[in-house]
Design a protein around this ligand. Structure first.
Ligand code: FEO
Length: 396
């Protein structure tokens, strides 16, 4: 239950959103939380707020510790409305004239979201704010994942308030990594694959900057999910691996199907890949949400895409997935295409074009089979799978 005292005088006053299942197109089958942090020192600071419809719950949580009017300043690490939507209610209770700290871009972006003329204090990397016995240092993290994003570091307690960074969409009463164990890593991986993957070069730069600054980190407090206190290095190392797009000996066969012909092809391709000792995930697009598929794509070495031809085009769900994957910029993948068709058969050519535009190494012209695959066609699919499996083995 919130609030939770995460260390002496510092509280998570955020809220749990148990029921959200679609977070702007990301499937949140375990819900999420909007974390916000109250630091009670000589001065009292609130870091981030919550979604608009949870603002009263946030204020109730704060009220269990201090009267919100006693908050001296509010810090907005990120403008996106799951963290800023509650600002109007919060600033109204805290006091409209209280200082609101954010990055330069934060000040610009918040004014594009809210008409109120708040007392903005724009801060840059390295600027400090003393709360009395504690000092906050700001670290801009532009485009991780919005232009306004920043982290706030509390040096006396060695806590990094990391906004969306290191977050996970997970709703639970557990507050810390040591209360949940490794199960949380899948949620963190999914978050990275679907929110941060395209900014991987910036993640690597940020990790370098944090190392150069010599920031000691005992605890990472993201704005979603659990807090990393047992082993913050574990999630930092995982980010380094994901940002480098390190690959496992693994392929994803992603497809849709109309009358099970493309599905039969997918199964044979997957069997061929597995026959080469490579791990493979066949994923039917209407059975697995695109955000789940992206989680598997993150560390896969090859992506094999299958689509029936419908009205001379890709099947719409396949098109949707390709657009989504392209935006997230996975790098250095092996690619191949396949699909069943009735009379025109453009899908394979269209998939190849998309894979090439993502700079995938398309290792085969692809296989298209009219109507229902027979033995010879299925053997060709199996052989394509073997070719993909061999290419993965050679790459490693
Ligand atoms: Fe959790 Fe970018 O907002």
């Amino acid at each position: 239950m919130r609030p939770v005292e995460i260390t002496k005088g510092i509280y998570d006053v955020g809220v749990i959103d148990w029921n959200i299942r679609d977070f702007h197109g990301y499937s949140t089958y375990r819900g999420t939380s909007y974390n916000a942090f109250l630091i009670v020192d000589e001065k009292i600071a609130l870091i981030d707020t919550v979604k608009k419809n949870f603002a009263d719950q946030l204020l109730d949580n704060i009220s269990k510790i201090v009267d919100p009017k006693k908050i001296d300043c509010v810090i907005s690490n990120h403008t996106e409305m799951d963290h800023s939507g509650g600002l109007p209610r919060v600033m109204h209770r805290v006091g409209e004239d209280k200082p609101l700290y954010c990055s330069n871009m934060g000040a610009k972006n918040l004014t594009r979201h809210f008409p109120q003329q708040w007392n903005y204090h724009a801060v840059g990397t390295g600027e400090e704010l003393s709360l009395g016995n504690r000092t906050l240092t700001f670290l801009e993290t532009r485009m991780l994942h919005w232009p306004d994003s920043m982290f706030t570091y509390l040096k006396e307690d060695k806590i990094l308030f990391s906004s969306d960074g290191f977050g996970q969409h997970y709703a639970g009463h557990e507050r810390f990594d040591d209360e949940i164990g490794d199960d949380i890593m899948l949620h963190a991986k999914k978050y990275y694959a679907n929110i941060l993957l395209l900014y991987s070069p910036l993640v690597l730069k940020l990790l370098d900057t944090v190392a150069q600054l010599g920031l000691e980190i005992d605890m990472i407090c993201p704005d979603h999910g659990i807090i990393w206190r047992k082993d913050p290095g574990k999630i930092i190392n995982a980010y380094a691996k994901w940002a480098k797009q390190e690959q496992e000996k693994k392929a994803v066969v992603v497809y849709d199907t109309m009358w099970h012909s493309t599905q039969a092809m997918a199964d044979e391709i997957a069997a061929g890949i597995a026959g080469e000792g490579v791990s493979v995930r066949p994923m039917h697009i209407r059975s697995s949400h695109r955000s789940e598929i992206m989680t598997e794509v993150l560390d896969a070495a090859a992506i094999v895409v299958g689509s029936p031809t419908l009205n001379n085009q890709l099947f719409p769900t396949v098109s949707d997935f390709l657009v989504y994957m392209k935006g997230l910029k996975p790098l250095n993948k092996i690619g191949a295409a396949f699909g069943s068709y009735g009379w025109s058969g453009e899908a394979v050519k269209l998939i190849n074009k998309e894979l090439e535009s993502m700079k995938f190494d398309v290792i085969d012209p692809g296989i298209k089979i009219q109507y229902v695959p027979e033995k010879k066609g299925l053997e060709a699919c199996f052989d394509l799978g073997k070719k993909v499996g061999k290419a993965i083995n050679e790459k490693r």
